[in-house]
Write a protein that binds this ligand. Structure first.
Ligand code: NAD
Ligand code: GLY
Length: 368
């Protein structure tokens, strides 16, 4: 596979009249007026958080054209804020500013901001325009693309939300320079996910390039982001509302969401929980006879190279996992549906895993 250069690159999410571009490249936020084609009218609100605002709010303002009415809302930071209370603060600010249906919301930040702003946009006056400006690796390769928006509920992760597509996604890869290494690793979990579910060549590339990615090598990052977005765009275009193939993007998530909800949102990063969850899915696939030990060892080594957890939380017993997993959105008629691996690079949805096999995995999987 050839590595793509790190210059600007555009992909499309093909959804008919709701199709939109993803611009990827260094320094894009510094291009005056780059967000102009995606504005619905003259009212714009940039919504970000207190960590991202001092770093990128001014640059984001500069990406808007002269003469528009720009408001800003800075929310507190953290997964624990991804709830209706904070979405309501967005609606309050929009109403106080007199925003009408032709307004545009700009989500500047990671997946927490993107998911909340998208959901606020989906509901405000029954739906207004929004733009994703993702600033974490995880948001750049996953959450900003595809229109899943929403918030957490104390009983379950992302349990309240809507499908609502952005007008465009602007990925300025330079923003990753300020991202803490732990957050970069969390983003790598979602990158690795694409290789595991759909692209064995990309997986092999990642096995070689994870050190370069952790070192923020621009060429390697550009390739990882472009390939991840291309795979996500392809899947979303095929199955926008997750009636089929889009469920594969949840590899590791049924285990991971259980960890996040059980530990309290924010204790484990989403990508960390997904990382441990993908190893659990790989080990379960081996128990079902689909992967061999060499495959599982490859998954473990890749996650380890990305500095992701290889064990589940010490305080989570088998029944803690099962109770949370039974609330998963993929389940149908109380049947547990899991994304597993027929081979590395080939995922499937499986709803006939014998409970004893699953219990065996949950009992034996290492705890931290
Ligand atoms: P996050 O939004 O909490 O961001 C991680 C941390 O990095 C935060 O503290 C944030 O303020 C900070 N940050 C953001 N950009 C920065 C930068 N450039 N420099 C320094 N710090 C920066 O977490 P995340 O990992 O981006 O997203 C996780 C969320 O995304 C979860 O809620 C998850 O459920 C959701 N998600 C959604 C989808 C989807 O399809 N909608 C997909 C995957 C994940
Ligand atoms: N991150 C899962 C999805 O977008 O479907």
């Amino acid at each position: 596979m050839t590595q793509t250069p790190s210059g600007p690159h555009t992909l499309e999410v093909a959804l008919g009249s709701r199709s939109y571009p993803i611009h990827i490249g260094p320094g894009l936020l510094g291009e005056p007026g780059i967000l102009t084609p995606w504005l619905a009218g003259r009212q714009v609100m940039i919504i970000t958080n207190e960590t991202v605002a001092p770093l990128y709010l001014e640059r984001c303002r500069g990406a808007l054209p002269e003469g528009v009415e720009v408001h800003e809302l800075v929310l507190p930071d953290g997964e624990a804020t991804k709830n209706l209370e904070h979405v309501s603060r967005i609606w309050d600010a929009l109403l106080e500013a007199g925003f009408n249906r032709r307004c545009t919301l700009v989500a500047l930040g990671g997946g927490v901001i993107g998911d909340m702003v998208g959901f606020a946009a989906a509901c405000y006056q029954r739906g207004v325009a929004f733009i994703q400006v993702p600033t974490t690796l995880l948001a750049q390769v996953d959450s900003s693309v595809g229109g899943k928006t929403g918030v957490n509920h104390p009983l379950g992760k992302n349990m309240v939300g809507a499908f609502w597509q952005p007008r465009g996604v602007l990925i300025d890869t330079d923003t990753l320079e300020t991202l803490p290494p732990r957050e970069l690793s969390a983003g790598l979990a979602e990158v690795i996910k694409y290789g595991l579910i759909r692209d064995a060549d990309f997986l092999a590339w990642l096995e070689r390039e994870v050190p370069a990615l952790r070192g923020l090598d621009p060429e390697a990052l550009a390739h990882a982001i472009q390939r991840s977005c291309a795979l996500k765009a392809e899947i979303v275009a095929e199955d926008e509302t997750e009636q089929g193939v889009r469920a594969l993007l949840n590899l590791g998530h049924t285990f991971g969401h259980a960890i996040e909800a059980h530990q309290g949102y924010g204790a484990w990063l989403h990508g960390e929980a997904v990382g441990a969850g993908m190893l659990m899915a790989a080990e379960l696939s081996a128990r079902l006879g689909w992967l061999d030990e060499t495959d599982v060892a490859r998954v473990r080594a890749l996650l380890e190279a990305a500095a992701l957890p290889l064990a589940a939380p010490g305080d989570m017993g088998v029944d803690d996992f099962l109770a949370r997993m039974r609330l998963d959105k993929k389940n149908v008629d109380s049947r547990l549906r899991l994304v597993l691996l027929h081979a590395l690079g080939a995922a499937c949805v499986h709803d006939t895993t014998p409970e004893a096999t699953l219990r065996g995995l949950l009992e034996r999987f290492p705890r931290a």
